[in-house]
Design a protein around this ligand. Sequence first.
Ligand code: URA
Length: 410
Amino acid sequence: MHIPTLIERKRDGGTLSDGEIRDLITAYTSGEMPDYQMSAMAMAIYFQGMTADETASMTRAMLESGEVLSFPENAPRIVDKHSTGGVGDKVSLILAPLLACDDVWVPMISGRGLGITGGTLDKLESIPGFRVDLSQQRSLEQLEKIGVVMIGQTASICPADKKLYALRDVTATVPSRPLIVASIMSKKLAESLDALVLDVKFGTGAFMKTREDAEALGEAMREVGAAMGVDTSVCYHPMDEPLGCAVGNALEVVESLELLRGGGPADLREVTLALAEKVSTVGRSQLESWLDDGSALRKFEEMVECQGGDAGILTDFPKVHPAKVVKDIMAPNSGVIEKVDADTVGRASLALGAGRGRSDDVIDFSVGFDRIAKVGSEIKAGDCVARVHANSDADAALAEEMFWKGYRCV
Ligand code: URA
């Protein structure tokens, strides 16, 4: 393989064969192909795109760069969901235990937050003792026992993606559709799933700003999933305002527990049920009753216990991570709320310390927003439209100032 020739071909709009893509990924993962050549290739792909066949080859090569989860022959249906991420999106925390009430296994491999979108692993780690670094053997034992495990990506799963994603992050090549498809789908396919539901977000707080872009990404992921034998469905959800009413790690666990107790915000419940329906063997009314009768909550508690946490503290979780300053943000005028911008709330939460600017930043679990009012609500001057949790008065003031920039009430 002569790498410059392949880069040149892609740069000029040509296509790469399955074997060539496999060789490139193998060479890059082993260190034989240097970062500077892969950077050039990623940029060529960014500008020229890839055909559906090339994208499938790329996904398969990345998947095969590492181990895949293996399950016993007689295992029940293996299901999962993936969200392209958004502000206040805590659906995984509710959906994974909800699905496990059904006769399926949910081996959910999640990520950490980076930038304005939160990460499921960070939210789970706000539960003291909760471990997300379980071995394959331990994960399998937990699936056999309770049907659900929520873990992080291990070094042995898709090492090619780990290396390539870090490179894309610093070479302005993240927003390339084929590279996103290969990155996301290789990791999900490594779970050896029978069924996968993809939640593709669009709007100010999402990766994809328009519904058209979201649909193009969703369709490309669905095609790759189907080609690899996974029953793949796609849902599209707007992300112009935060999902639910809480943003921030421990605050989102609190809100997830509300949902698992049969309450919680209507939009969060609707998205959770819409996604669950796509991969569950039962219908919506059964899923709803598992939320309302405490079955999903009990499953979540079992999972917390199995993964090293103490389910007892979930009964009064708001007390586990108290912020020093908790301040109501009051509406200056009466009217109907037209905008609570997800991107702005995400950035304000980041400024409070709820997320990471760099992958090695330490997260503050206690900070963020809750009681965020929903677009379309009618309010009176002086009503609370959000509550900020901060660790100093100065941080709270800054977060409030940022919040107003994304808020409109007429
Ligand atoms: N998430 C991923 O895992 N990979 C991408 O390329 C983009 C989002």
